[in-house]
Design a protein around this ligand. Structure first.
Ligand code: SF4
Length: 856
């Protein structure tokens, strides 16, 4: 709930949120409706606009008409009572945008309307909803919630007019329009209310909401009081912490994005949360989002909040959001909201569930699932409804940035401002690229086609052309042809460029021909889901429809020169992937000038690379930056570069023996508990037999990462490092950028050495090479952006596993010729005191002379 910054007794609310909060009832909707600006794309929009012109010949049309209305409680006694109770809310500011406003033009003549018996004489509002399938699914009289939105906008419009001197008509018409994305038909429905009824209805709606808002305001007063009193919860500030806290506070104040590199030991979680919570005192900010790449890192944020509650008396409601699959109480129903018992009466039972959990300040999945079970409401939806009343929301990057998953109620049109804290932000580069990319597997369509009992059914007839498309492309690729030149056309004025490499093809044009086959298929198959009895097939279809939907959205809405379409033939068949090479423009659009955003990580070097990836190229988007040095004594870390070994692909056979000897030297001379990181599983598997042979009989316990490890085997792997004092040498062998390459915290003697083989460059692939070309063209830094910077980031993350506290000591051995060159050396942290070994002999001497904390 946000207050008007100019008048604290007024709360702000969106029109849609107002009617939904006061009037929602029944179950979660089966049909999904979208606004015209969303998924439906330009085609539906154009068809609807043409229909409007045809239907309302003599009306002027205004789209997206902005409305604002301030309502003050007239009952002075109630307002005074609220003020005396310290609860000073006495009115509301309602904001929204009506989809369409129609005004009779000056030359309006009597015309016959196709859809309306009576022709409206006055301006009127149309609320527009699009439906994926045909219009016969829409309830005959429309959805009540949609009518309420149209009614509210109509009241707001005429209220605005009356302030400007116009008299509202005694009877106010308003309309709904449902538009089918499948058939492009539109159905219009008209209602009317007397102006006095509208006035009464609006007043009653506001009064109901005001009661709820005052309860929330009571809480916010207490919360704000505790935030004002909030002191930093720890007795001592660490090195760099005061600077980080100050910078986070400043950047949030100015709504300027901040990129903060805060190495391990700076206490970065508390350093960003503490000032962000202080900023909640500003009415402009409604929620703090703490966003992470992995579930495991959310614990640090929960812990920091607990510390502030316990040590500093903070009163604050927080929630940790989980994915729908992990909260679902009826997974076998795949969210069929007509069948799921937790969906059918969701809104009827929601107030009870909200009341149950209202006193809880720290909401987590198990509490919410228990409440969902007892009140028969979907826990996932409940968590989203609860989040609206929470101050801090801990979740995944997806919740704010992924166009498929983004929480519309927080980040949709007309929503409030938030503070986004993006933890381990170096992960966002690849994650955001995934968020805007989509892959279709031909095998999925072939499987589906085999399930239809008749090839003449509509489902089979719509799936067949898709199978043919995949088959034709696969056959062409296998025959060494371009393939796509036969299937797709370049938009007018553009050349189609096809990149051909073995079983891989890429083109620079959106796949409109494929999209044209996919749209009717998707619209039809949505209606067919319930006819799939086999749960696995049903699930597969639901997933395939979801992917198809996003695929179409990329073609229609997101496609730009930063996209390519790729096809790859593998033993599983042909997969087509739309890849977003550069997400920066789309990513920055989600928050620049809308929300305060702090990107932080232990490794954000070089900062220019992350700045471009997060904020784009526009000068105005330039972020604040803060690069803190490690707070730990540099002498605690011995860094050795072994640049006498080449690990490039062609030399790996030649250098294998020396490489194994170098690793073995580090293991034998340093002992203790160490990690060895390889750039790939293939390289790891090449060197391990040599190592094991060289070190047999040396009392070494190997913990080797395998390609498919679940949570349990990961924990088992790490458990071996729990007791460093057993006189055993424990060696973890893992791949860079994998599950042990970051996010693990082995303090003290649990880890005393890290050896890194290679420079971490991503594997060479046609996709990476295209990315390199793109970055060469746009930023004149193709190799740096596509290979070097992402690679070095993995190296720095792996190296960061070593020194985790002031007392930690250890050695870092970097084995690769390239670390001896300026291009690589200048990207290593300044505080590293590097020594170079030019031979195995020199390496042996350096390893022997350094600290040897793990010797046993
Ligand atoms: S309980 Fe599961 S199936 Fe039911 S609505 Fe929620 S997420 Fe969907």
């Amino acid at each position: 709930m946000a207050k008007n910054p100019d008048d604290k007794s007024i709360i702000r609310i969106g029109a849609r949120q107002l009617v939904e909060t006061v009037y929602r009832s029944g179950g979660l909707s089966i049909l999904s409706y979208h606004q015209l600006s969303g998924l439906t794309g330009t085609r539906t929009h154009q068809a609807f606009a043409a229909g409007l012109r045809e239907e309302f010949l003599h009306f002027e049309v205004e789209h997206e008409y902005s409305l604002k209305h301030i309502w003050q409680e007239e009952d002075g006694a109630a307002a005074r009572a609220a003020q005396l109770a310290g609860n000073a809310i006495t009115g509301m500011e309602v904001n929204g945008r009506a989809d369409v406003l129609l005004k009779p033009s000056a030359d309006k003549r009597a015309v016959s309307f196709r859809h309306f018996d009576n022709e409206p004489d006055n301006p009127f509002i149309i609320e527009v909803k699009t439906v994926a399938g045909p219009l016969d699914q829409v309830p005959e009289n429309g959805e009540e919630m949609h009518w309420l939105q149209a009614k509210l906008y109509s009241y707001m419009y005429w209220s605005e007019q009356s302030k400007q001197g116009a008299d509202p008509p005694s009877v106010v018409p308003y309309a709904l329009a449902y538009v089918s994305a499948e058939t492009l038909d539109a159905a219009f429905k008209l209602r009317e209310d007397s102006w006095s009824d509208l006035e009464d209805w609006f007043r009653e709606t506001c009064l109901v909401y005001l009661t709820q808002a005052r309860n929330l305001a009571d809480w916010l007063e207490k919360r704000n009081e505790s935030i004002r009193e909030l002191r930093f919860p720890y007795s001592k500030l660490r090195d760099g912490q005061a600077e980080l806290i100050h910078q986070v506070y400043e950047s949030i104040s100015r709504l300027t994005p901040l990129l903060a590199q805060a190495p391990t030991g700076t206490g970065k979680t508390m350093s960003v949360l503490f000032p962000a919570i202080k900023q909640l005192l500003k009415p402009a900010f409604e929620h703090v989002f703490y966003l992470t790449a992995k579930t495991s890192t959310r614990r640090a944020a929960e812990q920091a909040l607990q510390d502030m509650r316990r040590e500093s008396g903070l009163l604050l409601r927080s929630i940790t959001l989980q994915a729908k699959e992990s909260m679902c109480l009826a997974p076998e129903l795949y969210c069929d909201t007509a069948l799921c018992p937790y969906a059918v009466h969701y809104y009827d039972h929601l107030p009870d569930a909200l009341r149950d959990l209202w006193p809880v300040q720290e909401l987590n999945a198990s509490l919410i699932m228990a409440a969902g079970e007892s009140r028969q409401v979907c826990p996932f939806e409940l968590s989203l409804d609860l989040a609206l009343a929470c101050d801090v929301i801990i979740g995944d990057y997806n919740h704010a940035f992924d166009p498929r998953i983004q929480l519309e109620r927080f980040f949709g049109v007309g929503t409030s401002q938030h503070i986004l804290l993006v933890d381990e932000a170096h992960n966002l580069v690849d994650r955001s690229r995934e968020m805007y990319s989509a892959t279709l597997d031909g095998a999925d369509f072939f499987l589906l086609q085999s399930l239809f009992p008749s090839e003449h059914s509509r489902s089979a007839r719509l799936t067949a052309p898709l199978c043919e498309y995949f088959l034709a492309l696969q056959t062409a690729i296998e025959g060494g042809k371009d393939g796509w030149d036969e299937l797709e056309k370049a938009p007018e004025g553009q050349d189609m460029r096809v990149l051909t490499q073995d079983k891989f093809r890429a083109i620079n044009v959106p796949l409109r021909e494929l999209a044209a086959l996919l749209l009717p298929w998707m619209q039809h198959m949505r209606e067919e889901i319930e006819h799939f009895q086999d749960a696995r097939h049903r699930r597969k279809l639901v997933e395939l429809i979801g992917t198809a939907k996003f695929f179409l959205r990329i073609v229609d809405e997101f496609w730009s020169p930063s996209y390519i379409a790729c096809a790859r033939v593998s033993p599983k068949g042909l997969a087509i992937r739309l890849i977003c090479l550069d997400v920066s423009e789309m990513l920055s659009k989600t928050y620049i000038n809308k929300h305060a955003c702090v990107f932080f990580s232990a490794t954000l070097s070089p900062v220019s690379y992350f700045s471009v990836n997060f904020c784009g190229r526009a000068r105005d988007n330039r972020p604040d930056t803060l690069l803190l040095p490690s707070p730990f004594p540099p002498e605690n870390l011995q860094v050795i570069v072994g640049d006498f070994i080449s690990t490039i692909y062609k030399k790996r056979g030649e250098s294998a023996a020396d490489l194994a000897k170098a690793i073995a030297l580090a293991i034998l001379l340093k002992r203790g508990q160490q990690f060895v990181f390889f750039p790939s599983f293939a390289y790891l598997e090449q060197i391990m037999p040599l190592l094991e042979k060289m070190l047999s009989g040396q009392n070494i316990r190997w913990q080797i990462q395998s390609r498919h490890m679940n949570l349990l085997s990961r924990e088992h792997f790490l458990k071996a490092f729990d007791h460093p004092d057993r006189g055993e040498t424990v060696i973890g062998v893992a791949v860079l950028g994998g599950i042990f390459g970051e996010g693990i915290d082995l303090v003290g003697d649990k880890l005393s050495g890290v050896t890194i083989v290679g420079v971490g460059l991503p594997q060479l692939s046609p996709e990476r090479n295209i990315m390199r070309e793109y970055y060469d063209e746009v930023y004149q830094g193709g190799f740096l952006f596509a290979y070097l910077y992402p690679g070095l980031n993995k190296v720095l993350q792996a190296a960061g596993r070593l020194i985790r506290s002031e007392e930690d000591q250890g050695f870092l051995l970097l084995l690769d010729q390239r670390y001896g060159t300026p291009a690589y050396r200048e990207l290593l942290p300044d505080e590293w005191e590097i020594t170079e070994a030019k031979s195995l002999k020199e390496l042996k001497a350096l390893l022997a002379e350094g600290q040897n904390p793990g010797k046993n």
